[in-house]
Design a protein around this ligand. Structure first.
Ligand code: 16G
Ligand code: ZN
Length: 531
């Protein structure tokens, strides 16, 4: 067939180094950029098949998020803006690792297994981050799509969540918004301005926010968006990519892991600051107090702030919708306790990785999900959204519930429900703080984090560790969990778990306890038990 001839020809321009094998990991393929050209071409092919299969537009994002600038990566985006399904992750690995002469065989195998009509039209949206390697790698994706006759739309430089948004807009025929970068800015800024109207008399100081752009795409896009926010948010941007290196000594991952401010940011005492990661799908907040002590407000604090706000609005609006918070094992014990005991919301724990949290959050009327590292969003079920939209129309202007329902409606519009989005999350947080008249210190004081420590342990084969109960318990090797249990018993308010990393060849150890010394010592002891 002529179509396959073209694939065959073009694939020679993107040859696979013999013997190289890579896995579609937690968040797609990710490694040194020099190994990725063939992967990109093949992901272009796979996205085309996925598009034919689903009769929808599929997204391909070229980014390695918070990894060093020399790395790159790719992930596929499904029709509703979600991560691609597990079965297709398997196909991605299969196609990526086929040697050059069996590429067509593997391609046909997927077509057959999925019963795809190769003559169906296909449409693929492509986006990339600011890494130097991203330009040629995204070209390889485009080559892959066109070699199978698919149509492409190259969005060029966009954040990962912007591309998720575009895919969702396209497949819902504009119901979610208009599939352009401008449409994204308009949708979010309008909702933000609606919300902040409810917080009058804010001073310029309160409107001011320091943003660390990680020298990446988020900085670029924040600059573009600024004008849309009409000074209701006054962003002071650092690490804007004009001189520094992507993710180097800056960005959300650096701040979370190092528990310190990024370089290049001039922080005043008590000033509200935040950091994006390299593709702007993660965010953390922080400030330093008058004693110079650094305070981090991570994904758990963000989930608490947003769910408290939403719960209050639901009560004021008289709406009986169930709200749940989805966390992972890394969630600080204090946050879980606060949410369950004080807020009385359902808390559920899933395995690490956005797709797991996202799926769990879909089970509720309102599912707030955040990883401690700052990746997360809020999902509203279709029924909940409809109920809120109808109530806005039905209620009289003098009904005291009206205000709360309108706030809920604008909040829905401000949230990127397809995936965690640093820009959207930042605007939600800023709006909530403004509406509730809270400072970053008030927010921080909602609960106090238990001291904690994370360590990495290198072992000969991390796969010998298998876990259950959302990664909180080790089932193999035998005896490991018993050892952890007896170590934990030695400390007060303690908890610890180990899990093999999905992105690095290491085992991760997490421990928390009543004091930093205890958390450090427990983490150390548990890491010795892993060897
Ligand atoms: C990926 C995940 C992130 C997770 C991290 C865990 C996505 C988009 N990203 O970066 O959510 O926290 O992996 O890494 O799913 P680890 O398995 O090495 O601890
Ligand atoms: Zn990221």
């Amino acid at each position: 067939m002529a179509q396959f001839d073209k694939v065959s020809q073009k694939s020679k321009l993107h040859p696979k180094p013999e013997g190289l094998t890579l896995q579609y990991g937690t968040a797609g393929f990710r490694t040194h950029a020099k190994h990725l050209d063939h992967i990109m071409f093949r992901m272009g092919l796979l996205a085309t098949l996925r598009s034919k299969k689903t009769k929808s537009t599929i997204g391909v994002m070229v980014t390695a998020s918070h990894n060093p600038e020399e790395d790159n990566g790719v992930k596929l985006i499904d029709p509703m803006g979600e991560m691609v399904t597990a079965v297709w992750e398997g196909y991605a690995t299969q196609l990526a690792n086929a040697e050059q002469d069996s590429l067509l065989k593997e391609l046909k195998d997927i077509l057959e297994k999925e019963d795809i009509d190769v003559s169906e039209p296909a449409s693929v949206y492509v986006g990339k981050d600011t890494r130097p390697s991203s330009a040629s790698l995204s070209q390889a994706v485009l080559d892959g799509v066109s070699s199978l006759g698919g149509k492409t739309h190259d969005y060029g430089l966009v954040t990962t969540p912007q591309l998720h948004y575009m895919v969702c807009c396209c497949n819902t025929r504009g119901c979610y918004g208009s599939p352009t970068v401008e449409g994204y800015y308009q949708k979010l800024s309008q909702a933000f301005l609606q919300l902040t109207q409810n917080a009058s008399n804010r001073t310029d100081d309160q409107k001011r926010l320091q943003v660390d752009g990680a020298n990446g795409i988020g900085a670029l896009k924040m600059r573009e968006m600024e004008a849309f926010l009409r000074s209701e948010l006054q962003v002071v941007l650092s690490n804007d990519g004009s001189s520094g290196k992507l993710n180097h000594m800056c960005g959300a991952d650096y701040v979370k892991v190092q528990q310190k401010a990024p370089q290049g940011m001039n922080m005043g005492v008590g000033e509200r600051c935040c950091s994006f990661d390299g593709d702007a799908d993660r965010i953390v907040y922080y400030y330093t107090d008058s004693k110079g002590c650094f305070h981090l407000l991570d994904g758990d604090k963000i989930a608490t702030l947003i769910s408290t706000y939403l719960k209050e609005l639901l009560t004021q609006a008289g709406l009986n919708l169930q709200i749940a918070v989805v966390q992972t094992a890394y969630a600080n014990g204090s946050s879980t306790r606060y949410l369950e005991d004080v807020m009385k919301v359902v808390v559920c724990c899933t395995k690490t990785g956005v797709k797991h949290l996202h799926h769990a959050a879909q089970e509720y009327d309102i599912g707030v999900y955040f990883e401690a590292n700052g990746h997360g969003t809020v999902l509203f079920s279709k029924a909940a959204q409809k109920q809120i939209q109808e109530l806005v129309k039905d209620l009289n202007t003098n009904d005291e519930r009206k205000q709360a329902v309108k706030l809920l409606e604008s909040t829905i519009n401000l949230i990127n429900q397809t995936v965690g989005d640093a820009i959207s999350d930042m605007l939600v947080i800023e709006a909530v703080l403004a509406i509730r008249g809270m400072s970053v210190q008030d927010w921080d004081a909602i609960y106090t984090d238990l001291p904690n420590r994370q360590l990495k342990v290198t072992v000969s084969d991390r796969r010998v560790i298998d876990t259950t109960d959302a990664e909180r318990k080790a089932v193999t090797p035998e005896g490991l969990q018993d050892a952890i249990d007896s170590l934990v018993k030695k400390y007060k308010n303690a908890r610890s778990f180990v899990r093999p990393s999905g992105t690095e060849d290491v085992v991760r150890v997490y421990a928390e306890a009543d004091t930093q010394e205890s958390a450090d010592s427990l983490a150390h002891e548990v890491s010795l038990a892993v060897y």
